[in-house]
Design a protein around this ligand. Structure first.
Ligand code: PGA
Length: 250
């Protein structure tokens, strides 16, 4: 019932020429292979119009990696929801752990970004996840609850169905250390229960991705779990063959 979403988070990788080469390699590989899954590419801002244009009509979406909550104004270096729409974006990654860790992203700012993205018709991919220390101390559920309560505070219960949540344990991002399928499914199930406490219908429909060292070799097992509805893929999404294989696994 929930259509899996496989999103390629390129982070700060690929020039426009490289982005073009990737799309030209990827799209023929996805033809027919995607089955019921949906794919999206999240390039750096500068490649967004190009990727959106190349993917038009293919069913592959183009998403940004961040967004400001204000419409316009004196916010040097920032990009608004309207600008993302203008660039052809269909969604936006919000609250990635790298933004939280290196660029001071806060739960308070995220609580403003979420409703702005939804109102603009952009699909927000909200990232949450615990650090290694938090997992070792048994604080995973507590961290997920705190991050979700804060970021989704200004989103109506029913509108939660239009959000995508990416569960990304920080210790699994870019480390090659994937969460076990059981750990990932437990956390995604816990997240769904948190959504259910606000709106039962939305909890059935909301898509919850796993992210953190997803590769062609582990994708099928992770994506086969009952509460995992897709993947947010970093490193392996830079290669069109690997990304196509992960989409096919969904
Ligand atoms: P990774 O990154 O697949 O390279 O671990 C995932 C992410 O940060 O979204």
């Amino acid at each position: 019932m929930r259509r899996p979403l496989i999103a390629a988070n390129w982070k700060m990788n690929k020039t426009t020429a490289e982005a073009r080469a990737f799309c030209e390699a990827l799209l023929p590989r996805l033809d027919g292979a995607a089955g019921g899954a949906e794919a999206a590419i999240c390039p750096p801002y500068l490649a967004l119009p190009l990727v959106a244009g190349l993917c038009e009509g293919s069913g592959v979406g183009a998403c940004a990696q961040n967004m400001h909550y204000e419409e316009s104004g004196a916010y040097t270096g920032e990009v608004s929801a309207a600008m993302l729409l203008d660039a052809g974006a269909s969604g936006v990654v919000l609250g990635h752990s790298e933004r939280r860790q290196y660029f001071g992203e806060t739960d308070e700012a995220l609580s403003r970004k979420l409703p702005v993205a939804l109102a603009a018709g952009l699909v927000p991919i909200l990232c949450v996840g615990e650090s290694e220390g938090e997992r070792e101390r048994g604080e995973t559920d507590q961290v997920l609850r705190r991050q979700l309560d804060a970021a989704l505070a200004r989103v109506d219960g029913a509108a939660l169905a239009d959000v995508v949540i990416a569960y990304e344990p920080i210790w699994a991002i870019g480390t090659g250390r994937t969460a076990t399928a059981e750990q990932a499914n437990d956390a995604c199930g816990f997240i769904r229960a948190l959504v259910a406490a606000r709106d039962g219908g939305a909890a059935e429909r909301i898509r919850i991705q796993y992210g953190g060292s997803v590769k062609p070799g582990n994708a099928a097992e992770l994506l086969g779990q009952s509460d995992i509805d897709g993947a947010l893929v970093g490193g392996a999404s830079l290669d069109p063959d690997d990304f196509a294989a992960i989409v096919a696994a969904a």
